[in-house]
Each structure stands twice: as structure tokens, then as C-alpha cells.
Ligand binder design. Sequence first.
Ligand SMILES: [Zn+2]
Length: 463
Amino acid sequence: MRKGKKLGFLLASIFTILLLVGLALFMTAIFEGDKPHIRLEPLPQYISSPKTFKLEIGDKGRGLKSLLVTIEQGGRERKILEKRFPFKGLLNMDGLREHRIEFTVDPELLNLGQGRADLKVVVRDYSRRNGGDGNLAVLEHKLVVDTIPPAIRPLSRLNYINVGGTGLLVYVASSDTVKSGVYAGELFFPGFKAGPKYPEDNHVCYFTIPLNLKRGYQLFLWAGDRAGNSSKVGFYYKIRRKRFRTERINITDAFLSRVLPYFSDYLQGINGSDIEKFLWINRNLRKRNTQTFRELGQKSSAQQLWEGRWLRLKNSATMAHFGDRRLYYYKGRKVDEQVHLGVDLASLAHSKVPAANTGKVIFSGPLGIYGITVVLDHGQGLSSVYSHLSEALVQIGQMVKKGEIIGITGQTGLAGGDHLHFGVMVHGIFVNPVEWWDLHWIKDNVTRKLKLLSSGVTSERLR
Ligand SMILES: [Zn+2]
């Protein structure tokens, strides 16, 4: 009897323990503390137009109960999205564990003003925690609503541009502008703040119409802000077509055997006859060098470093012009065609080369077909190029004054004899240097326009 009582007590105890364990497990399950997770993409700093977001929410525990997406601005909350997910099956076993949804924030539709706004995603699950409200997960993302595009206005009314020459547009851009400039077809030329002498919002932009620009292009002024808003306005311009000459160049075997050894490093792995090697240099290496110049042109200082008329090599004769169409002949047969994008100046052999204007050395050394080359940056996208030198006398990073000797003429690279190949670039694209040697042209096309700047028009007047 005693034994039976003992056994009964033991069984009752085990039963109670099992019941308690079961109850504990049940309670842990329904009172689970696993928070739902939220993933939102993208997380932009600014919003300028209707933007679609991808939202991913989930809950590993008892499943998702509700979702609320709002945006708050100035104490006012706007509802964007609200959802309640059904309770399904025992303990919500068949309830929702993962949910993906897209929603759009349309600043206009939501009647949002300019400035700070808080995007908020609130998700709850079916846990019995928090007085039955469930576990709470919140994602908050602060952004700035900016739907107003920058204001821009050209200041120069008459803009004459020679094909292949330099154009200058002076304009006002509102303070929210982060990037602005001139488009010539698909080519973009960035503008710069005019400088410390002028009001903050005054800008200058040097640009060109390259000789090979596809017909049907248009010129316009463009500005963008940090939020992605942009403005585009036309301006008055007149393009002057120019006739360029055609020059016939005969390639002789004597020239090839003199010039090719200079390129031995570049020609490694290039097989073929001397004329084939020459054609590789004249086409492929030239293209690669054009790319290098384009990259150098992006390194321009924001300040104007040059002043006045640009210097031309003293006592020199012009041997070839900008824009010359060069037809290359070998043994009476036309083998190639290229455009000459500088001016060839010949003086006495080993003449001293002066800096055309004040600037900073951004390249000094051998540069493919151009031989030993110096490139000077004159600021705001303008630079000058000195090629086929026998010697460069300056180093990258050095500042040079107008007239300072930067090198000695020679015939390194693809040169027929001792001369200086002089080039001027606008954002790394070659332009006709002749304009920059002409004080009248500078006065009419640059100085006169820069004078419009000091009038002090501000963007406040624009708005
Ligand atoms: Zn040349």
C-alpha cells in the first residue's frame, strides 16, 4: 500500500513537471521575443520626384501581424501604406512569415514641402508580448525633399563661336547647383564659379564645337542639384563655319627608319612592315594619346590662372595649321588620313619654349606620337600643350609664369623636323590656338563677357 502511494506520488509529480514544461514551452512560444526584421531599399538622402522603394519584412516567430509606412514632416504624418496580416491556424502556424512589397513616395501627391522628412516603417508580430501588441520593429529614414530645380540664366547675350574655336558662356546659377555647364550635342563642358572677385552664383563655362561633332547638335546650358533635379535653358549663339585646308604628306622610307626607333617601346608585340607599324602609331597610339589629353583636361583648377594675350613662340613660322586635314601617302598611294589639332611653329633648332600664359604643370615627359610634351593648366578648363620637345624643363605640380622657359624644341615623337607643336585645350579637347594669340578676340569674346559678371546679379533675383 505504501509502495503504491509512493508510485502514485511519483507519477503525479512527473505529470505535473511535464505539464509545467509544456506550459512553459507554450508560453515561450506565444510570448516569443523575436523582433520582426525590416529591409528597405534604396535609402536616398534626397527625394526630388516620385520614388519607388522596395520593402522586405519578416518574422521568424509567430508571424507578421501589421505593417505601417508613414512619412512625417513638420509634425504632420502622412500614411503611405497600411496592412494587417490574418491570424491563420493553431498558433498562427499558417500565418505570414515573409512579405515583400513596393511603395512609392510622391512628394506632390503627399503634399510634402521642401526640407526634412522622416520615412517610417512600423512592423508588429503575433507574439503576446507588450500587452498583446506583439514585438515591434521600427525603421526610420531621414531624407530631404527637394523638388525645385536649380535656377540658371545666361548673362552673355551674344555668343559667337568658330567651329573648332573656344566659346565662353557666363551665367548665373542658384546656390543649390552642384554641377552646371554647357552641352554641345552630347558633349558636356563643366562650368566653374567665376572666382572670388565675383558674386557666388556667377559662373563661367569654356566650351568648343569640335571639328568632328555630329551634325544636328544643339547648345544649351544645364544645371543639376544634389537631389537630382536639373534645368536646361537655351542661349543665343551664332556658329561660324570655317574652311580648313588639306595637306598631302609623303611618307618616305628614310622618314620611317628615322622615326620608328623612337617608338620601339610602344611597338613591342606589333608585327608587320615599317609602313604598317607607322599606321599603327598614327592611328592607335594617336587615339590613346587623345584619351590621355582628355583625362588631363579634367584636372583643371577652379581659378582662372591666365591673364591677357597668350604668347606664341618667338620668331617662328607657322608650318601647319589647326584643323589641317592631312592625307598620308606612301609610294604614291593614300594610306591614312588625320586631322592636325595644333599649330606647328618652326624657329631655329633647339629654341627656348616660353609658357603661353601663367599656369600649373600637369604633364611633363614623353607622350606617344607627341614626343616629349609639357601640358600647362590655366584654370577653368583651359590648358596649353607643347610637343616634340628635345627637353622638358619643368616638373608636374610646378607653377610657371607667362613667358617662363618650360622646354627646348626638338623632334621627338612623330615629327618631321625640329619644331614646336603648340596646342590649346578646352576640357581636354583641342581648340584653335590662334584665337588666344589675338588680343582683340580675347577682349570681344572673354573680357567683355567677364565684365557682365561684376554687375552682381544674384540668384535671389532669379527666383
Ligand atoms: Zn603638329
